[in-house]
Design a protein around this ligand. Structure first.
Ligand SMILES: CC(C)(COP(=O)(O)OP(=O)(O)OC[C@H]1O[C@@H](n2cnc3c(N)ncnc32)[C@H](O)[C@@H]1OP(=O)(O)O)[C@@H](O)C(=O)NCCC(=O)NCCS
Length: 133
């Protein structure tokens, strides 16, 4: 089941977010950003953080708990934002070394648009987009 993150699940999401980067926190996310979670009972299997401005939706972070990977939970989270009313242009940045995530996003119809040098300190990012119009 996919729902918007509620306060009782903050700690679980922060724990998952730390897989991505050690300083991941919910308290410092922008008021324009929303986190959706995929739950199985009380368990948080994964989350997706996004921001939307008019027709453009930026995927900021997505993480699926290691024990639930390759079960299409990531796909369901991304499809949830693909289905959002008015969103036709999807953007994201991913570490150039994160080959699994690059494969995942390509599988979902994203294409690489450019490399951004040193976007993550000493690591480059790949910008990706998907348009539905
Ligand atoms: C990337 C991530 C979110 C994918 O979630 P997931 O639920 O395992 O992905 P899905 O099961 O929906 O995968 C859909 C398709 O994407 C591709 N894919 C997913 N993970 C992959 C991997 N590790 N290697 C290669 N391709 C992969 C495959 O084509 C897969 O289809 P298949 O399993 O039928 O071959 C998950 O691996 C993750 O949390 N990684 C760590 C965090 C991260 O890197 N996030 C992205 C940067 S913000």
């Amino acid at each position: 089941m996919i729902e918007v993150l509620s306060t009782q699940d903050y700690d679980k999401v922060v724990k998952l977010g730390k897989i991505l980067h050690e300083d991941f926190s919910i308290s410092n996310i922008s008021p324009y950003e929303i986190i959706i979670v995929y739950k199985s009972g009380d368990e948080i299997c994964g989350f997706l953080q996004y921001r939307k401005l008019y027709e453009t939706l930026d995927i900021v972070n997505i993480v699926v708990d290691e024990k639930y990977r390759r079960q299409k939970i990531g796909t369901k989270l991304v499809n949830y934002v693909f289905d959002m009313k008015d969103a036709t242009h999807f953007m994201l940045e991913v570490r150039s070394t994160n080959e699994n995530a690059l494969e995942f996003y390509k599988h979902l119809g994203f294409s690489e648009i450019r490399k951004i040098k040193n976007y993550y300190g000493i690591e480059d990012a790949i910008s990706m987009e998907r348009k539905t119009l």
